[in-house]
Each structure stands twice: as structure tokens, then as C-alpha cells.
Design a binder for this molecule. Sequence first.
Ligand code: PMP
Length: 418
Amino acid sequence: MQSDMSIFPRRESEVRGYIRNWPTVFDTSKGSWIRDENGRDYLDFFAGAGSLNYGHNNPIFKEALIDYISRDGITHALDMATMAKRDFLGAIEDRLLTPRNLDYKVQFPGPTGTNAVEAALKLARKVTGRESIISFTNAFHGMTLGSLSVTGNSMKRAGAGIPLVHATPMPFDNYFDGVSEDFHWFSRVLDDSGSGLNKPAAVIVETVQGEGGINVARPEWLRALAELCADRDILMIVDDVQMGCGRTGGFFSFEEAGITPDIVTLSKSIGGYGLPLALTLFKSELDVWTPGEHNGTFRGNNPAFITATAALNTYWSDDVLEKDTLRKGELVREQLQNVADTLPGLSTRGRGLAQGLRFEQADYAAKVCRAAFEAGLLVETSGPSDEVVKLLPALTTTDEELSHGLSILAESVAKVMA
Ligand code: PMP
């Protein structure tokens, strides 16, 4: 049966996106599965673009949320003190900061990833008194003007309608396929008084570029970047909106490199249940905000605090999830590599449960996603030419579900390339 989708093109703006790739009307979801109104089940390897690391409607969080709503727990509270917020800050301290020896203050900047990035950029500028930010090729940090100015994609940038200024892109790791020495350009222009580069306030970097095509920065590259920043009194911002919350293994994606960024942004899966929530974390000594200097109406999403606390307490009191994510990541990687080995023009990339299959002929990737949808699997493309099929399954996806999805993907690749 075909769903009636006529109201969407009639009433919803042309800007709509994912709805075009997955043309059906969804209704319910559970774990790694999402069901449309006709009762057809799809295995979801996109997980809300990384917002559903613990699966759809995780039963543990759902119970906590229902209890909270049933007892008339506060839903909206600006940034007032609530029990839900106190418990959440306590969980951040106990589950995330203390075990990792991190001393971050927590800012609630408004509920989306781009809000967290905007706050990070403003704070870096305020702390240093400098205005320019270094970003990286193929970076993605959000759609508001500040975060768009540090985003690479030319189509998205053009949407700003005004010049995007005070940001300078540098080559991300392996941009020159290993041909040019790491940081040769960056450290050279920083130290050359004739280069024309203003001393930046900060660099903003993703450890694995999600939207940019699952480009993985090597730990040694990240360490060199951290060192370069520390040596020159430049703040290092890690945007962990997509790769944080366990996506690459450890809770923070930078843990593997053994670095401590000055500022960290989190959103997407921090709320646990898919409810909007974002955080900007920064070293205590950088907390130069004056009260109310950066505010916003929706900084106290208390139902999201409840599910976020449940997520931290359930999944981050030990290293079981972290180890399992690394193991599952290997499993996915091996099966993707098998696909890449049998057909020309394919390669794999990724870390943890952020994995990608890259097509030399870019338009194959979207065709594969379409074929996968028809066969009951949700996957999306990423990369500057949409040449990478990106896999972001929930971290709670079972081995059987992973194998099932990967076999659909393999069949879809074979079908498209036949
Ligand atoms: N930073 C990164 C690394 C992201 O992947 C995204 C979203 N894809 C954002 C920021 C922006 O988050 P939001 O869409 O919630 O504004």
C-alpha cells in the first residue's frame, strides 16, 4: 500500500530533506527498527543522524520519562534550578568528568548542536579577545551564521546570503592523501608574520567528520593539533555533537587521542531519548561569561534531563558499551570491507560505529541508499559529493541486526553496480 504523502509537497517547504529519500509515513519505532503506517519495518542505520545512540524509545529511558511526566515533573523551566537538572549535572560529574579527570563547567546553550557551537565560538572570542577561528576542510558545525562560517559545504554556505567571515579553513588530516606533511601549511602561516593570517582565537575540529564523509583524524594528528594550539595560546574546540556520546567507542571521541580540548560541544545523543538537548563544556578557567550574557528560552529541557541522566547512569557507569561499540565497529568494518573487496571503486573508512563505504563514482552512493530503503534499510549519504554511504546504527543494535542490515546493503550495492 502506498502512503498518502500529498500534504507534504503541498504544505511543507521545499527545504525538506530526509523525507525525500525515505518516501513513506513513519509511525512507531523501537530499538533499531522504525515502522511505517502500513506496518512495514525498516532497520534504521541512521539513528536520527546520531541522536539515537541507545536506540528508538529505549525502554529504560521511556519508563523514567513516563514516571516524570505522570508526577507532573517540570517540563519547562528556563534555566531555573530543578531536581532534574541537579541530577543531570550530578551524573555528568560522576559518570563523565570525575572518572576521566576532566574539570569542565557545563553551559546549557539552547537545545540544538548549532546552539552549542555558537556558544563555543562566542566564548573563545571573549576569552582571547581575538575574532578569527580556524576550521577544517569538509567540516560541518551547523546552520546558524557562526557555525555556518566554520562549515565547509559550499551549497550550505551559499544559503547564508551574506559573507561568512572571521573563519579560515585549514586542511583536515589526510587532505592531501599523505602527500604533504601534516600541519606544514598551518604552522607555517601561523608563524609567518607575512602570511596574512590573523592570530586565531580557536580551532574547531571534529575527530571524525560525520557530514564531511566519515573522515577520520588520526590520534597523532589530533595530538599534534592540540600541541600546536597549546604552544600558541589558541583554544581547541572539539565538536563532539555527532561523534560524542560513545559513537566512536569512548564517551568523548577525543579520549582515544589522549587530549583534553579547551571546549567541547555535545548534542544529538546527549538527551538519550532523541529529545533536544545541547551542552557546551569548557575548562573552568575559561568561564568568563557574565550572568545572562548568553541566554535562550529552551535551555532547560527537563524531560531531556531525565532521559539524559538515565542514559548516563545506564550506559556509562562501566566500559561495557564502549568495548561493545568497538567490537561491533570491527564487525561492520569487516563486512563493509568484504563488499569493497569484491567490486571496483569502493573503499571503507570509519571508527567505532561511525562507518562509511565510499564510491569513486559518487552517484552510486545515493542509488545504493535508495535501493537499501526499498529493501527495508535506512542509510544516508555524506561527503562533499555525497559519495559516502554513512552507517550510524544505534550502539545497542544487536550483532544479528547489524549482519542483517549489512547483507541488505551488500545486495543493494551489487544491484546498483550490476
Ligand atoms: N556539529 C556537528 C559535528 C554535527 O554533525 C551537527 C549536525 N549534523 C551539528 C554540529 C549541528 O547540530 P544541529 O543540527 O542539532 O544544529
